[in-house]
Design a protein around this ligand. Structure first.
Ligand SMILES: *Cc1c(COP(=O)(O)O)cnc(C)c1O
Length: 358
């Protein structure tokens, strides 16, 4: 059925090979982040088979539940909600945290389940999403001391997240604050603190430049691996495919009509007052995919001679006037995706999935 996401498993594997080679060259362990494709089970199986991947990571415990039986350790990236601590301890080997009350609940639950739960303490280096603010050194020490009192929690490492809310780019400077902090905490509290997690796909470029601070020993990659793009500067990673995952939708109407709507322009289906470009009479294809399935601003047709005009909830309208191919009703159009486009399609109930094996 269409619309559908098509996972080319061979290309996905090539992407994994390419990014893991870089990560290992940087002496880092690798967490593969599965949220952008909703922890798809077939993808998870492929990732689990890859010898260079050390952990599965996701922001949602529901996604982790989907593959916790596979032979890789699992990491919950989003700070746990209080109602989910029982599932977090059950299905995640490690979780990222910044709040003592939550960590205490995780400890209570770990006692109940007879487990030791590992946590990575998040430090905010200026992106202003999660973590204890790095300048608040007393708060960091206090937190470490409180964590060390808990019987069934292991302080497994420090972590930072950048280039998300504040769009701050990881550099040698800011990441060195984290490695220095890890060093001080190890010495002061006589701790191993095995993991210092230096960020997401935006930190990858530092390895190739030789600028990843020594002491950062873990990266968490989603976009870099699935779309083959590092996210500090948006560069393609050599040896990766941009079309490892594509989105397909079917043409349900094809007619020549004007490009300008006729009559007084009010508001469109989403309350916006749109502006239309006059292209004269054009060949318009309507595809059975809309904003319930896709993020129109984050998808691009593979055929370079056609373009997206707009979309409503259930319809995508394209201009195929200049196409070399003679499109017909029933034909399927394929799109490459940017991050938001993949996320939306992978989380829509209406989008089917298909897998190319070789
Ligand atoms: C989503 C997420 C990642 C992965 O980000 P990418 O840019 O896709 O590599 C890493 N860490 C955290 C905490 C996340 O929420």
């Amino acid at each position: 059925m269409y619309p559908r996401l098509v996972f080319d498993l061979k290309k996905v594997k090539q992407n994994l090979d390419a990014v893991s080679r870089i990560v290992k060259k940087g002496n880092c362990s690798l967490m593969i982040v599965t949220k952008s494709f909703c922890a798809d089970r077939r993808m998870a199986e492929l990732i689990a088979d890859h010898p260079q991947v050390d952990y599965f990571a996701d922001s949602r415990i529901q996604n982790i539940k989907n593959y916790h039986d596979l032979p890789k350790e699992t990491v919950l990236l989003r700070l746990p909600q209080h109602e989910e601590v029982s599932e977090v301890v059950r299905y995640a080997d490690i979780s990222f945290n910044s709040e003592l009350t939550t960590i205490q609940l995780l400890n209570d639950e770990a006692v109940k389940q007879g487990k030791t739960h590992r946590i990575v303490l998040m430090i905010d280096l200026g992106d202003l999403r999660e973590g204890i603010f790095y300048q608040n050194r007393d708060a960091i020490d206090e937190m470490v001391e409180e964590i060390l009192k808990l019987s069934n929690i292991q302080l497994f490492g420090l972590g930072v997240n950048l280039t998300c809310y504040g769009a701050i780019i990881p550099k040698h400077d800011n990441l060195s604050i984290l490695t220095q902090l890890a060093k001080e905490i190890r010495e002061k509290y006589d701790l191993e603190l095995p993991v210092v997690s230096g960020g997401n796909s935006s930190s990858l470029y530092l390895i190739e430049k030789g600028e990843l601070p020594e002491g950062i020993n873990n990266l968490r990659l989603g976009e870099a691996f699935i779309l083959g793009k590092e996210t500090a500067y948006g560069e393609r990673i050599p040896g990766t495919n941009a079309d490892a995952v594509t989105l397909e939708a079917q043409i349900i109407e094809l007619k020549t009509k004007p490009s300008l709507p006729i009559g007084e322009i009010g508001m469109d289906a989403f309350g916006m007052s749109p502006v239309y470009e006059d292209r004269g009479n054009i060949k318009r294809a309507i595809l059975a995919i809309g904003k319930q399935d896709a993020d129109v601003d984050n998808m691009r047709p593979k055929d370079p001679d056609i373009d997206i005009l707009g979309a409503s909830s259930d319809h995508l309208i394209m201009d195929v006037t200049r196409a070399k191919k003679e499109y017909q009703v029933g034909d399927v159009i394929s799109f490459t995706l940017a991050y938001g486009g993949l996320l939306k399609a992978a989380t829509s109930n209406y989008v089917d999935r298909a897998y190319i094996k070789d």
